[in-house]
Design a protein around this ligand. Structure first.
Ligand code: BTN
Length: 305
């Protein structure tokens, strides 16, 4: 993380090349105000004050930092979170140069997408983490519905799909102390105003974007505002233990239930099965060929039909 924050400060002209030796001696936390200062600007497409205008949330998005380019909004959010920013702070960047996806994959983040991270300090048992991830998927799906997308679906655990193609991915990264979650960084990547040609060839078949689906340019600031509202609504449910309601909303939009899948389990223990549902802790329930039920808590699940 140190390298990435230093790179950001250098790129924005906050540190000179020859300051490197001094940097090595200072605590990374000393840079927090510089990072916040850089994040206080408007970029070409993202405007924090437009997002904040009429945003009637209690804590989500009360503080929003916007960058032109960062390595990963999750990294910057983790840095800010480790250095004392508020629950609900949002970090947005127009571009990411080293964005992370699930399962150690990288994430394409050119100009034209919505790349953001939310910092949460939920104070719950770490077993609840999968539910936070599912809840975020529901918030994105509801946002897309309100923006005119017909039938967005959620592929377990949290890929948002339109017509069988992925339009959004979510990466939650948490730190826990004694089984209690200290903070969670929820990274959301929405392929909004992008063309298929913006993605590498091998991704093009399985990917779509909002501007393609809606046949018009998406208003990024409006979409982000809508999402932050939906996100707070569902995180309030989470805070009041409305887990069943979250699961109900997730099941309503499930792309996975009823499909044949290949589960890529740890230690190469892969197997095929039929998805019968989702359990109360957020695990996918898969019926194996021999009729036994398996709970999939993490890992990859490839849809076969
Ligand atoms: C996936 O693999 O589907 C998850 C992709 C998550 C991408 C988002 S974009 C904003 C945030 N910053 C990152 O580095 N990753 C997440």
């Amino acid at each position: 993380m140190r390298e990435e924050i230093v790179k950001l400060l250098k790129k924005e002209g906050k540190l000179s090349e020859d300051a490197i030796d001094e940097i090595k001696q200072v605590n990374l936390g000393d840079f927090v105000n510089l990072v916040k200062e850089i994040g206080k600007k408007e970029t070409e497409y993202i405007n924090a004050s437009e997002i904040s205008k009429d945003l009637d949330t209690k804590y989500i998005g009360k503080e929003i930092f916007v960058f032109n380019e960062v390595s990963s909004t999750n990294t910057v959010a983790r840095f800010l979170s480790d250095n004392g920013v508020e629950n609900g702070t949002v970090v947005i960047s127009e571009k990411q140069t080293n964005a992370r996806g699930r399962s150690g994959k990288s994430w394409e983040s050119p100009l034209g997408g919505i790349w953001l991270s939310i910092i949460l300090t939920p104070d719950v048992d770490h077993s609840k983490l999968p539910l936070i991830t599912l809840a975020t998927g529901v918030a994105v799906a509801k946002t897309l519905e309100k923006s005119g997308v017909k039938n967005p679906e959620i592929k377990w655990p949290n890929d948002i799909m339109i017509g069988g193609k992925k339009v959004c991915g979510i990466l939650t990264e948490a730190t826990a102390k004694f089984n209690t979650i200290e903070n969670v960084i929820i990274g959301v990547g929405i392929d909004s105003n992008l063309n298929i040609g913006d993605f590498p060839k091998e991704m093009q078949d399985g990917t779509t974007t909002l501007s393609i689906e809606l046949q018009e340019k998406v208003q990024e600031n409006e979409l982000i505002k809508l999402f932050l509202k939906e996100f707070e609504e569902i995180s309030e449910l989470f805070n009041h233990e409305g887990y069943e309601e979250i699961l109900k909303e997730w099941r309503k939009r499930s792309y996975s239930i009823g499909k044949i899948v290949e589960v890529r389990a740890p230690f190469n223990k892969n197997y095929d099965g039929y998805v019968v549902g989702i359990g109360k802790e957020g695990a996918l329930i898969v019926e194996k060929i021999d009729g036994t039920l398996e709970k999939v808590i993490s890992g990859e699940c490839i849809i076969k039909n």
